[in-house]
Structure formats: C-alpha cells, structure tokens
Design a protein around this ligand. Structure first.
Ligand code: DHB
Ligand code: FE
Length: 280
C-alpha cells in the first residue's frame, strides 16, 4: 500500500516567487527566509516522495466568483502555472498523479465528501510557491507528481476548520488504501497571519503564528475545534486561510515528530511559517 512519508506546511505568499524570479534570493531581506527552508529541502531530497497532495486555494486566478467549489480535486494530467498578471513565470508545468486523483475522489465520496472534479485548470502561487520552496526550481521537469486539492477560503461561507481536519483524515485513509508502493507527502499551504485589506490591513500576530506551529503538531484537535471567526480574529481576514493546514495534519497520525520548523516575519505582509512532520 502507498505510504505517507510526511506532512509539510508552508505559507504561499506570491512575492516569494517574485523574489526568486527577480534574483533576490540572497538579498539581506530575503536570505534568512529562504535559508530557513534549506533543512526542509534536504528532508525532501532524503525522503524522495513520488506524489505531493497539495492543499491550497486559488486566488481568483483560475476560478472566479461565478463558480466557487468548497472542495475540488484535480485529476488532470498536467497543471500549467497561471499568469497572475506579471507575465509567465519560468517554471515548468506540474505533472498530475491522475490515477491516485481518481482513487482519492472515489474514496472521498465513500467517506461522504463530495468534491468538485476538475479535469483542466491552471495553478497559481498557492501551489507554485510551496513546490518551489520545498523542491527548488527544477532545470527540467518537477521530480514529483501532484494532486491539487482546492479549498474555498475566500468567498464566505468558507468551510469549518473541523471539516477540513476530517477531510484530511479521509485523505490519509485514501492514501493508505491505495494499492501502490509510491511515497506520498501532503502539503498544507497558506497563512500565517496576514490581512491585506480593510481596517486591519497590515495585521500580523507573531505570537499566534508561533503557537500555531506548535499546536498544529501537538494539539490539532484543539485547532480543529476553533470557529471560523476565531481564525479571522487571530490570524486576519486572509490569514484565516491557514485552516488548510488542518487537511495536511488530519492525513497524519495523531502523534507526529516535528523534523523542521521555521518562522520569518514579515514576508511581504505576512507571518511566514514552515513545518515538516513525520508520523511518530
Ligand atoms: C498575499 C497573497 C496570498 O495568497 C497570501 O497567502 C499571502 C499574501 C499577497 O498578495 O501579499
Ligand atoms: Fe493565500
């Protein structure tokens, strides 16, 4: 059966990709941020995952307000990076793990989740940035195939944190029931605290971000029990997207070992967090 080798959490701020495109990686502003990911990249090289299930949200780049799936699973053979307005980015397309994606869809329906089925879509910074942070920019193709899980965290009503945790548990069962010897990682993306608009624009909560990095490993059930309003109050209107990490965490065992953890703020206007966990 397939095996989950780890769960990775990370912010997915678009300016991270822009900084790499502009050659700013080693500037004093960005170097401490990117250097914090070096141990995680080493972990990925050592553990050689075959498939990355990436939990993220589209930011009105490939989907718009005319259709807002609460959950959607990509089962496309290929995902091209979407142009978010600055021109095409110099990164290769992502190959889809189509067979597992269909297994996941069936398994989710069996578990009473009914996601939208997406057979053609482009992917924005929500997926691009985490992939580049953990795998680096490849000279040829990406060394891992992807299955995107799209979550609506923009248009209210967004899903309950508890529901995302349950979705992760169903994802974990889908991976463990998949007849294959492939190695899986699950990525939870977004956050940490930030608010880009409104009266609290510029809001950051470093203490809550650090506590989140501890509790996502040690007390995920507690975080799953928070209300949506509490996420917004604590992490900001956009920072509430951090609930997507609960899908990643739900796919892991109740007990995990934290291999790497990093925090840097501000990255753009956000608290940028990273974690690498393995099942204990
Ligand atoms: C920004 C966008 C995001 O999707 C995010 O998660 C954090 C920051 C931004 O535009 O700065
Ligand atoms: Fe985002």
């Amino acid at each position: 059966m397939a095996r989950i080798v780890g769960g990775l959490g990370t912010s997915h701020v678009p300016s991270i990709g822009a900084a790499l495109d502009k050659g700013l990686r080693d500037t004093p502003e960005w170097k401490p941020f990117f250097d914090g990911y070096l141990p995680a990249r080493e972990w990925v090289r050592e553990h050689r995952p075959d498939v990355a299930v990436v939990v993220f949200n589209d930011h009105y780049n490939a989907l718009f307000l005319d259709r807002v799936p609460t959950f959607a699973v990509g089962c496309a053979p290929e995902y091209h990076p979407v142009d978010e307005g600055w021109g095409p980015r110099p990164i290769p397309p992502f190959e889809g793990a189509t067979e597992f994606a269909w297994h996941l869809l069936d398994s989710l329906v069996e578990n009473r989740f009914d996601p939208e089925i997406i057979q053609e879509i482009k992917v924005d910074h929500g997926l691009q940035v985490p992939m580049e942070l953990f795998w680096g920019r490849p000279s040829g193709s990406w060394p891992v195939r992807v299955v995107p899980i799209f979550v609506n965290v923009l248009q209210y009503p967004i899903p309950l944190p508890a529901r995302l945790y349950e979705l992760g548990q169903a994802l974990g069962r889908a991976i463990e029931s998949y007849d294959s010897d492939e190695r899986f990682v699950v990525l939870g993306t977004g956050g940490l605290s930030h608010q880009l608009q409104g009266a609290r624009a510029g809001f950051l909560n470093r203490e809550a971000d650090q506590r989140f990095l501890t509790e996502i490993a040690e007390e995920p059930g507690k975080l799953a029990g928070w209300s949506r309003q509490r996420y917004i109050d604590t992490f900001g209107g956009e920072g509430a997207e951090v609930i997507m990490w609960l899908v990643m965490r739900g796919a892991l065992n109740p007990e995990v070992v934290v291999r790497h953890r990093h925090y840097f703020a501000p990255a753009s206007m956000t608290g940028a967090g990273m974690i690498v966990m393995e099942n204990a």
